[in-house]
Design a protein around this ligand. Structure first.
Ligand code: PEP
Ligand code: MG
Length: 956
């Protein structure tokens, strides 16, 4: 085995289920004329294996082969990287079956069967694992292949490719540093120089023979081992290498990024070779049934004549657009076949397909198909079109969504005026292929490590590479945009960029890059590492220097109102998908907003109310802070009340604005939460200035700041503790809320205030605050003669609150889970200070995700679940929501769907993410409401809780 064994820290499968367990009975599943598996078996056969089986069953032309299941991979890792005893026999039988179907024998001296060996995980991980082609060649079979095909150059080209791939993947002959050349490429370039040729295709059969000799020498020098001649040994080596590649660095990085479980393992597909490199009536290509960047319904893809599989994806030669094949004299018939396949695939799989094909002497062969990865722009357009065309089910449109990616649609585009100026100044350097839409601007980095380093410093980066390989993955994650000078729209860079939602321009061939000098040159201009570069992944333009950005079309339509909906295709697609999501989701979606402006934005994005209004944010505006500080510094209750009276009108007008912006939607308003000292000035100058303004000696202010100092303010005098100790603060706030409600109701607009008491741990805390709220509500109603509906509830932010939820619910009409504090207090991990150790915890899989971003299901999630159950036991119609940051996180939303919350609340711009995530979760969990969504309606008048007389809640 090769490089993978040596990898430090390579993870074994975490499943451990098959440790000591017997190997699975059936390990090998055939496809071809006889097909054992089917398209539903992705977990067992991997995505590639299952879809090969599906295509074979559909009668599409699939070269026969077999899949070694993912169970074998798991067993292999759990048993010290050993193959099960019976695997060799089953592999042999699988080979026999291929031999029978194609009429050639593996290792045969007359007409040898060659095979490809490819990885194939349950979820596709493009380019992350290994592939070996032309396996089965040696000095004898190569000559047999030559005779059988009457094509010596072809046979030796296959052989040199095989030695190169096997040497790299299985035997570990690879470059050691990022900027090194590939060792095999170096040998090949040397030979080309000696022979005075520039293209691979100019190498003759004799040259290729020499190349194979030199490649084998390289392997011997590098590894001390002879290149294996025996085809069976080659095959077993390749299978082990593919299993091993499950745990190579880039595959691990990829799985971490996309949350693919490490214990899944990969399948291995062994398949009869078909050749795209036998001559000009042969080709190989990659195609999408629709454009995965824009979503347009056009046949999209690329092919290379006389080439083999990996050439297209590797981006070594820039391929031709697939539509051009229609005009190719030799291959136009094959194009017709491809067009048919395109339609058949969409119909069968109900989604856009990304497929690989080979044309061998004008005959089309399908090598794989999978659901195509796409940008968010393409996702909404494809979902819109295909659902309307009846090709995609609405459920699939929801299931296949990547809610997080909706943010891409809100990304800025280049500012028109800035762009025009740049164009006039001649700063547009060149145009490449538009491979990942959007606008990116940043400092140039020529290597992945540099891109990472710059991003760590908080800088924006454009990663510029001749071509990218999977090793560049970390740099691509760090960069804002990616520019390559070689490779087409299906190259690795383009594929991965699209999936990550990164801006990407590929194949900008006019640019020449010199890694050693750290420069990129084009049209007489040279830029260096660290210079600014702007790239437009929608048009392919590469622009020198910095360019300003403007709002996305969605924002222009929804927020700024500077664009008409009918003028924006993306808006119409987005709107279709969002409305679909609204039909499928059960969860309500509210927003965390503190100003009327934020409310309007959130409502434009579909928010159904406020889930959290943090009132303290209102105290920082203008000179309100002075009144706030006066209140905190007051020596007694009267002084405090005087200062609070100054704050009351401010708060009242803020709430009025919010109620009006909400237009009758509910508003969950939280009473003051942070520790008081956060509002005080901390420097001597600030203290002196404040003293002057409010006529209090600076020393007095300094003393009070000192008094209020806390060692652990997060666990100190904050939350409801403030209102319990200084009830006049709560009184001012609720009076402002209710007076605002009365005023807005008087103008004919409904209001639904929900007064939320923070950081409650004991029922009595809530009782004291609730009594006050009810008293003030009654006073305001009496004074104004206005009736309004309101509720009183609490946040569940402390483990004690979750435990005592049953008692707390006797008073609380609603719970809103403050999962930021609940995570902090349940884990005993500061939400502000855990950055120093959490990344390591994630690496070690102590915590799989950051628990402050994605709910810790096993711990905090249990508390949420328990509080829900206990709360409902006391008050069956209690309204349950979440307003911590987790409310906008798709995987947490799935958990909240499971426990049956009524709504999630998140920041305004995440509302579309939450709507889609809620719909996706409902479809996946089978909780789609039968007749429309009716969650998040304000609870009816509160029932008397266990014999107690209810006070609040009713419209009095
Ligand atoms: C919470 O704790 O989850 C919460 C929403 O409150 P804050 O973030 O303001 O503490
Ligand atoms: Mg909190």
């Amino acid at each position: 085995m090769g490089k993978h064994d040596k990898k430090k820290g390579a993870k074994s499968s975490k499943g451990g289920k098959s440790k000591g367990a017997p190997a699975p009975k059936q390990m090998v599943f055939r496809f071809g004329k006889r097909t054992d598996g089917d398209g539903t078996q992705k977990a067992l056969l991997g995505g590639k294996g299952a879809n090969l089986a599906a295509m074979a069953r559909m009668g599409l032309p699939v070269p026969p082969g077999f899949t070694i299941s993912t169970e074998v991979c798991t067993w292999y890792y759990d048993n010290g990287r050993r193959f099960p005893d019976k695997l060799a026999k089953q592999v042999k039988d699988g080979l026999r079956s291929i031999e029978k179907e194609v009429g050639r024998k593996f290792g045969d001296r007359r007409d040898p069967l060659l095979v490809s060996v490819r990885s194939g995980a349950r979820d596709s991980m493009p380019g992350m694992m290994d592939t070996i082609l032309n396996l089965g060649l040696n000095d004898v079979t190569v000559e047999a292949l030559k005779r059988a095909t009457s094509n010596g150059r072809f046979a030796w080209d296959c052989y040199r490719r095989f030695v190169q791939m096997y040497g790299d993947v299985v035997m570990g002959v690879q470059k050691k540093h990022e900027h090194d050349h590939e060792p095999f490429e170096e040998v090949m370039d040397g030979l080309k120089r000696e022979m005075g040729v520039t293209e691979d295709t100019q190498l003759s059969e004799e040259h290729l023979k020499e190349l194979v000799r030199r490649f084998k020498d390289l392997v011997k020098r590098w590894t001390g081992k002879q290149f294996p001649d025996d085809p069976m040994t080659q095959l077993h080596g390749a299978i082990a290498a593919v299993f091993g590649s499950w745990n190579n660095d880039r595959a691990i990085v990829y799985r971490n990024k996309y949350k693919i479980p490490h214990e899944w393992g990969t399948a291995v597909n062994v398949q009869a070779m078909v050749y795209g490199n036998m001559g000009d009536d042969c080709a190989t290509g990659v195609a999408f049934t629709r454009d995965p960047a824009s979503g347009e319904n056009v046949f999209y893809g690329e092919y290379l004549v006389n080439a083999q599989g990996e050439d297209v994806v590797a981006g070594v030669r820039t391929p031709l657009p697939v539509a051009q094949m229609a005009r190719d004299k030799v291959l136009s018939k094959s194009f017709g076949q491809l067009e048919k396949v395109r339609k058949t695939l969409e119909k069968r799989f109900g989604d856009v397909q990304d497929f690989e094909f080979t044309i061998e002497r004008k005959k089309l062969w399908m090598l794989q198909t999978r659901n195509g990865k796409r940008t968010a722009l393409a996702y909404v357009r494809i979902a819109h079109d295909m659902v309307k065309e009846g090709l995609m089910t609405p459920e699939h449109a929801m299931k296949s969504a990547d809610p997080e990616a909706m943010n891409q649609l809100l990304q800025p585009v280049f500012d028109r005026t800035g762009y025009e100026a740049a164009r006039k100044a001649g700063r547009i350097m060149t145009k490449g292929l538009p491979a990942g839409p959007g606008a990116a601007c940043g400092e140039i980095a020529f290597s992945a490590s540099r891109a990472e380093a710059l991003a760590r410093q908080g800088k924006h980066v454009v990663l510029v590479r001749i071509e990218t390989s999977p090793e560049d993955l970390r740099g691509m994650i760090a960069a804002d945009g990616i520019l390559t000078t070689r490779g087409g729209v299906s190259s690795h860079a383009a594929l991965v960029a699209r999936q990550m939602g990164k801006v990407c321009v590929a194949g900008a061939g006019e640019i020449s890059i010199d890694y050693h000098a750290g420069t990129m040159a084009c049209g007489g201009r040279t830029l260096r590492e660290g210079d600014f570069l702007s790239i437009n992944g929608t048009t392919g333009e590469v622009i020198e220097g910095q360019l300003g950005t403007a709002d996305s079309e969605l924002k222009q339509v929804l927020v700024a109102g500077t664009m008409k909906p009918s003028d924006s295709r993306v808006f119409r697609d987005f709107d279709f998908v969002m409305k679909l999501a609204d039909r499928y989701r059960r969860l309500g979606v509210r927003t965390n907003a503190d100003t009327p402006e934020q409310v309007r934005q959130a409502v434009a994005f579909g928010a159904e109310g406020i889930g959290l209004c943090r009132t303290e944010h209102m105290f920082f505006e203008g000179d309100r802070i002075d009144a706030m500080r006066e209140m905190i510094l007051a020596r007694d209750t009267d002084g405090r009340k005087r200062a609070l009276a100054k704050l009351l009108p401010y708060q009242r007008s803020d709430f009025e604005g919010i109620f009006r912006a909400l237009e009758g939607r509910p508003a969950c308003i939280r009473l003051l939460d942070p520790p008081l000292h956060e509002f005080l000035p901390h420097t001597k100058e600030q203290q002196a200035e404040l003293g002057h303004k409010i006529r209090v000696p600076a020393e007095e202010i300094e003393r009070r700041v000192h008094e209020l100092h806390e060692f652990n303010p997060m666990l100190g005098f904050r939350g409801c503790r403030l209102g319990v100790v200084f009830p006049e603060i709560t009184e001012m706030q609720v009076r402002a809320i209710f007076e605002a409600a009365a005023a807005v109701e008087a103008s004919g607009i409904r209001t639904k205030p929900e007064v939320m008491v923070p950081l409650v741990g004991f029922r009595r805390e809530l009782d004291l605050q609730a009594e006050l709220v009810h008293r003030v509500a009654a006073e305001v109603m009496d004074a104004t003669g206005q009736r309004f509906e309101y509720q009183v509830g609490t946040m569940i932010e402390l483990p004690r609150a979750a435990i005592a939820a049953g008692q707390i619910a006797e008073t609380a009409q609603f719970f809103s889970f403050g999962t930021n504090d609940l995570t902090q207090t349940a884990l005993g991990m500061s939400r502000d200070d855990s950055g120093s150790f959490l990344p390591r915890y994630q690496e070690l899989e102590i915590a799989k995700d950051n628990p402050f971003a994605s709910i810790d299901v096993g711990g905090v999630g249990e508390l949420v679940d328990m509080a829900c159950r206990r709360g409902r036991e006391t008050r069956p119609d209690i309204k349950l929501g979440i307003c911590g940051e987790h409310g906008g996180d798709p995987s947490s939303i799935k958990f909240f769907e499971k426990v049956g919350l009524a709504y999630v609340s998140c920041s305004p711009f995440r509302v579309p993410v939450a709507r889609l995530a809620a719909a996706k979760s409902a479809v996946e969990l089978g909780t789609v409401p039968k007749v429309g969504r009716k969650a998040d309606k304000p609870a009816k008048a509160a029932k008397p809780a266990k014999g107690k007389k209810a006070r609040g809640g009713a419209r009095r």
